[in-house]
Design a protein around this ligand. Structure first.
Ligand SMILES: *Cc1c(COP(=O)(O)O)cnc(C)c1O
Length: 216
């Protein structure tokens, strides 16, 4: 299944006039059986996304030593008290969305000597139950993270509302990224990654279409 997803990514990139290598596949391995994850590793997949620190630690701490070129991305909300653990485990944190967490990341970086690459999550649909900064606050938040906390931000991430057309949300995120001066866009999941690529996604987070349905 990985081959067919990669083919679709390349085709979507070409259709959008983009270089095929511009779009990375993040394999979302949360709640997937170990066998499927190991098969993806054996097939050459190296970038994985997880949405919980504890589950990710259990799965990846052992596999990490066998695959030093692994890249682990946290794509779910991060509680400040779990920041140190997250900084030790993840190469990329895509869910930075508040000052308290930015400050906790700085403290954890000082303590551990490690600092993951960072994405700011934007709540493009302004859904109350969802993490992320409101679109209208994104620029000010980026300024704060950079100038006051001294952290570099690599890109923006969004999860559009489940019941809406995703394209306007992808367009909004791309527009914000340009205004904020960040290059990377993490957007698009199993159902809409080709649309996200059309709007400039530089990484797509694909779970079920890649691995099959998740465990309950
Ligand atoms: C679970 C999850 C995904 C993958 O969803 P699929 O629809 O299975 O591809 C992508 N992004 C985030 C933030 C997720 O939590």
């Amino acid at each position: 299944m990985r081959e067919s997803i990669l083919t679709r990514i390349v085709q979507a990139a070409k259709a959008a006039g983009r270089a095929p290598g511009d779009v990375a596949l993040v394999a979302v391995s949360k709640k997937q059986p170990a066998g499927r994850v190991d098969a993806a590793l054996a097939a050459g997949q190296r970038i994985f996304g997880e949405n919980r620190v504890q589950e990710a630690a259990e799965r990846w701490e052992s596999r990490r030593s066998a695959h030093p070129d692994l890249e682990l991305r946290l794509i779910g909300p991060l509680q400040s008290k779990k920041t140190k653990r997250a900084v030790e485990l993840f190469d990329v944190i895509e869910s930075l969305d508040r000052e308290k967490l930015a400050r906790a990341l700085v403290a954890a970086a000082v303590e551990t000597g490690r600092l993951p690459r960072l994405f700011v999550q934007v709540n493009t649909g302004e859904e109350p139950q969802k993490a992320g900064v409101a679109p209208g606050r994104a620029e000010a938040f980026l300024d704060l993270v950079r100038d006051s906390c001294g952290l570099a931000v690599e890109g923006l991430m969004c999860i559009p509302p489940a019941d809406e057309e995703p394209a306007p949300h992808f367009a909004l995120l791309a527009d914000l990224a340009e205004r904020c001066g960040v290059e990377k866009l993490s957007m698009g999941m199993s159902a809409d990654f080709e649309t996200a690529i059309r709007y400039g996604a530089t990484s797509v987070r694909v779970g079920s279409a890649l691995f099959g349905a998740r465990e309950a």
